[in-house]
Design a protein around this ligand. Sequence first.
Ligand code: NAP
Length: 252
Amino acid sequence: MRLDGRTAMVTGASRGIGAAIALRLASDGANVAINYIDEPERDNAAEADQVAEAAREFDVQAVCAEADVTDREAIADVVSYISERLAPIDILVNSAGITRDRTMRKLAPEDWDRVLAVNLTGGFNCARAVVEGMTDRDWGRIISISSVVALMGNFGQANYAASKAGLLGMTKSLAREVARKGVTVNAVAPGFIDTEMTRAIPEDVMAQIVESIPMQATGDPEDVAGAVAFLASDDARYITGHVLSVNGGLYM
Ligand code: NAP
């Protein structure tokens, strides 16, 4: 149990990569808080409950923690709630993310704003809310889910690529600030992973993408979760400010 006794919060963990990360951390012994956003059009609370239920199968504690990562007050509240219900947060995984793809010429300013707000400012809000507790306790892990497109850009994804590249800048800067206090700050940059996000890509476009991946396949959420679990573990104690690619060779 590499994470026995640790407490983790994973944002956007009601499904997809976030859910896989929460379950992997639980299987490694961490108590987990499943953050999700309450959206009336889909029953996210029920999805988050299912993830928490599955996490408890690993004999750890699991709670659901509803908050929009763009809402600073709500994030501060869930951080206090997790601290009371479980323990102070040792491991933060910023996985909440959205896409609103359009070429720059057609990109609505509100779609730029919202993607930056969720993917980048949301990561800042969560890191800001937990980092002081981590430095006080001389141990912590902050891991943000960036993307291969932060490194290579992508047609129609200026907003998304900028937000994910921003996370890398934040990661490296914060890593320097807290390195002396036992807190590591890293990012994982997935390539194309089979989730609802990539299922929204048209089939013919996806076929072309897969063709360009040296491993000739998309990855699974569990591939990303494994990288996060490693960075969260004591095995990675001397790794900070790193960007770990999980992309089947798409970008080297
Ligand atoms: P997904 O299936 O669309 O899941 C995204 C999760 O984030 C959902 O649970 C979503 O909740 C949640 N979320 C969205 N806005 C939120 C907010 N304001 N506050 C809290 N939670 C919010 O996506 P995914 O593929 O698992 O992606 C997870 C992360 O990996 C994202 O940051 C994504 O950018 C990144 N990533 C994914 C891929 C890929 O190929 N899939 C590649 C590189 C990076 P709802 O259910 O309400 O939407």
